[in-house]
Each structure stands twice: as C-alpha cells, then as structure tokens.
Design a protein around this ligand. Sequence first.
Ligand code: NAI
Ligand code: MG
Length: 365
Amino acid sequence: MTTYKLLLLPGDGIGPETMGEVKKVLGWFNARGTASFETEEDLVGGCAYDAHGKAISDEAMDRAMASDAVLFGAVGGPKWDGVPYDVRPEAGLLRLRKDMELFANLRPAICYPALADASSLKRDVIEGLDILILRELTGGVYFGEPKEITELGNGQKRAVDTQVYETYEIDRIARAAFELARTRRGKVTSMEKRNVMKSGVLWNEVVSQAHADGYQDVELEHMLADAGGMQLVRWPKQFDVIVTDNLFGDMLSDVAAMLTGSLGMLPSASLGAPDPETGKRKALYEPVHGSAPDIAGKGAANPIAMIASFAMCLRYSFGLVEEADLLEKAISSTLDKGLRTSDIAGKGESAIGTSAMGDAIVAEL
Ligand code: NAI
Ligand code: MG
C-alpha cells in the first residue's frame, strides 16, 4: 500500500478549525486501510510571523517541497495589518506558489442537490453540475512587460498591460487539462479570444498541438471566451474541464463558483509541473475562502471547503478516485440530511457547528 506524505498548514483564523475536521477524515481513511496518509504540520501566515518573524520558515518550505501534497487552511487577519509588506501573512502563500511553481489553478463548481435552490439560476440548470475550471496562474496580462502608466505631457496618461504567453506555458497547462479530463468525463473546452488577440491565436494552436501529441482519447473543443461566459450561465452542464488563461480564468472561475453558492463550500487546488522522473506534480489544496476573522474561534466555520479540498487532493494528486468519490458523496448525503452550518442555513433552518459538521461527514463515510 502506498503511503502519501501530506504537509498540513492550518494557518490563521478559522484555518486550524477547518483543518481539524480534515484530520478526522484522514483518521477515517487511515483506519479503513486502502490508502495510508502520513502527516506533518507547520506554521504559515500570521502565526508563523508571531513565532519566528517570517510568514513561512525555510524548514516549512523544505517540508512542502518534500511532501506529496500540501493542505493549506487560510492566512491573515486584522492582528497583522501593520506588519511589514514582505513578511505579511499572504507572503507565506505567495512563496509556496512561487517556489513550488504552481502554474495551474483548479477551481471546481459542484452543485450539491440539497443546495440547488440557493443558486441564482434555476434548479434544472445547475442540479448535478460538476465542472472544473483550469486557470493558468503564472503568466499572461497580470505579469507581462511592459506594465506601466506614462505621462503623455498633454495632460493625458497612457496605461499599458501586456498579455504574453510562450509556447511552453500554454503547452504545460493544456497537458494538465487533458490529464485532469481523463480522471473525469474526458472533455476539455479551451477558451481564448483568437479573433482579436495574438496570444489567443497561439493559445489555440498550442492546445490543438498538445492534443494531437497524445491526448486524442480526450475530446477537445475550442470556444471564444466571451461566448464561453454566456454558455457557463446558460447551460453549464455542457462542460467538463475548461482551460483558459490567467485573466479569463480569474473571471470565469468566479462566475462558475457563484453558480453553486457559498464561500464556505468552495475548494481549490494549484498544481506544478510533473517531475521528469516520477511524473508526480507538486500540489497545494486550499479552500477559496480566507481566515474569516469575524467568526474565528467560535466553532461556527463551515469545514466543507477544506474537506472538499482534500477530496480534490485524493483525486488529482493521488489518483484515488474511489476515495474521492466516497468523500464527495459523504458531503452530499450530509447536506441531504438537512445538516447546515450557519453560512448555508436557509431561513428558519437551524445550524450546527464546525465540529458537528465534520463528525457528520465522517459518520456518513
Ligand atoms: P473571508 O473569506 O475570510 O471571509 C468573507 C466572509 O465569508 C466572512 O463573513 C466570513 O465569515 C465568511 N466565511 C468565509 N469562509 C467561511 C466558512 N468556511 N464558513 C463560514 N463562513 C465563512 O474573506 P475576507 O473577510 O475578505 O478576509 C479575511 C482575512 O482572510 C483577511 O486577512 C484576508 O487577507 C484573508 N484572506 C486569506 C486568503 C487565503 O488565505 N487564501 C484568501 C482570502 C482572504
Ligand atoms: Mg478573482
């Protein structure tokens, strides 16, 4: 039996509370005996700054690099508002992303039947929805040079952002998309704007080439990104994996997230390049939400985003598809039973706490 090495970085605010529920889930899987998980834990964010003056220590970074995957809670809070810029809590997450070269950001949109009526879209449009947006994270217009505002001398200014993509950057995200689609329903939709952007022309070409190079078992479709935005709201179930650049991905993943609901429900992952020898990718899994200082320490946080992030880890880092399905079904049936934390409780519904929600999911497992 393979043993997987996980580094847990609970962080600040509700991070340790929600990570505590993942530890219960890990305990259940270890007792079940079909896969074995070894965990180490370290500090990140404000708590790390308090302990040793840095948002993440070199030792914690080494442990992250040596792990099979990192589970990250959340960082930050008003307590650290005044700390110097380069050691602020977020710097811990930024260093992890940079040193692990996490270029692929995965944001699923899953609609649990019990919560389908909480969406702003009609039930039949989103019930059963399970799509994955794959956003390129380290290139594109957010990083391209030149990036500046210049004075034109006539009272006017000129602002420039530059969208730059090179072949290797598009190729590696395309391959990641095809590999992810293989663990799902086998379809990739690539979105760009080749009608008005040169980077879109290259994007389209490189994705098609990667497809031809060894992923022909996966269905590939190209769509202009603006039309893709419309389709995402009109009939999202037509998609499986959507792959797109940093800017379009930023917008489309936020749209997709809100198809299905609350911040406390949304998991995410970031992947790096495969190791040339083992094929394993560096990976970090984290909820989309932050440290929620307004409810921290009250035992009220919804642990589902964190637990669902671990389900993604099972599926995408370890290929433990059966285990991932089990965990996602346990979340779904817990919701079917009417159990809600306060963030997802409807009018007149009573709410349970973080720990009770974690216990209920483990009981369902
Ligand atoms: P937030 O996501 O922490 O909270 C926004 C609202 O959603 C709050 O009312 C909060 O109570 C609620 N919420 C969030 N997660 C929840 C959960 N699991 N269960 C129930 N309710 C939940 O975002 P906000 O307030 O903008 O930022 C708070 C702190 O978190 C800041 O210091 C910010 O910098 C940091 N942050 C950290 C992130 C990270 O670690 N990746 C991401 C976003 C913010
Ligand atoms: Mg965004």
